[in-house]
Ligand binder design. Sequence first.
Ligand code: ZN
Length: 448
Amino acid sequence: MDIDELRARVTAELPRIRQDLEDLVRIESVSADPARAAEVQRSAEAVATLFSAEGFEDVQVVSARDDGRAPAVIARKPAPDGKPTVLLYAHHDVQPENDHAEWDSPPFEPTERDGRLYGRGAADDKAGIVAHLGAVRALGEDLGVGVTMFIEGEEEVGSDTLADLLAEHRETLAADVIVIADSGNWDIGVPALTTSLRGLVRVDVGVRTLTHAVHSGMWGGLVPDALMTLTRLLTTLYDEDGSVAVAGLHTGTAADVDYPADRLRAESGIAPGVGFIGHGSVVERLWAQPSLTITGLDAPKVDGASNTLTASARAKLSLRIAPGDTTENALDCLRAHLEQHVPFGAELSFELVDTGEATQIDATGPAYDAARKAFTDAWDGVQPIDMGVGGSIPFIAEFLESFPRASVLVTGVEDPDTRAHGANEGLHLAEFERVCLAEAFLLSNLAD
Ligand SMILES: [Zn+2]
């Protein structure tokens, strides 16, 4: 349909989209908090009500669990003859809001300041839900494709039952194109399609050097303590420049994108005077190379530490793996490295915590052509970049696996200052309008 007409319709829908978003943000759908399970349920029902009001058929709140937890919403508008079906994904659960004192306005009371709408889930990912809804509303009778909404209720706690849901509702969810609106754009004014994501391997590694703790004055200098042994072992995991020294891990390639130095320092939160680690372009380091973080350490506390040789110590390692690598390979490489490098013959323990596969999406074909055109039109001629994401969104791999013939597009409402998962999460309202426009244009292009 005519692009200016559609643009005008999206603009006209924005106040109602905004109202729906605010209503959803007021529901405390924190999936990680068992005490708020009823809120997650209420949130699913609110989403279902929005879809019913929009004329969707077979609107259902579904759960793969016996106890009804992690409710997802499925709703359909069947495709006209010969037209494709598009699955629109978002999630209605949110991260815990944590310390209210760190928020400048109450986390569950949507509040506008300086062009942003603040609130938990105002961006991640309730804005994704209403962007889908807004596009469908704007197209109205001119929606020339089938649309299936799939709004998950446990993304923020790891999508444990997503594979079950996709299997149970395979027929209903089958689609030619899948739009996953849970990522973001490169910058304000610069759209992006997310085409790769790093994977994750988390392990707990421990060392034991003594059968029991002993006096450091009596035995220090002869018997290795566990903390020294563990820190020496952890040091071997890094090269001189801070990059990962584990042999056999894969390194991929990234788009040729410049990350301005001032933006990098501001967004990363790096302290003044601290240098960055690794080598290669910034986005190669963030998107296409492995990285390793020591995220926890069990050792005696500093306050009250006694003059004792520590018998055992433990660390949690979070290894991000490059697109193109597998968690199986990364796990083997990491384990082999630790076994080869553990000093003094210390007893090593190695326990897998969890994994999430990396993703490399084939960003070619008619759906990608339609999306690139839609984004370029929505952003007034600025073409979308192929963006990587350093973190994992394991459920994307589930979709690729469950629907291997569908084109998967990963879009989203976030910008570099969204602060999803943090205090003062906020949606950039002008960019949000473009997200809604882009999605309406995309559905329209796919209908053609
Ligand atoms: Zn999300």
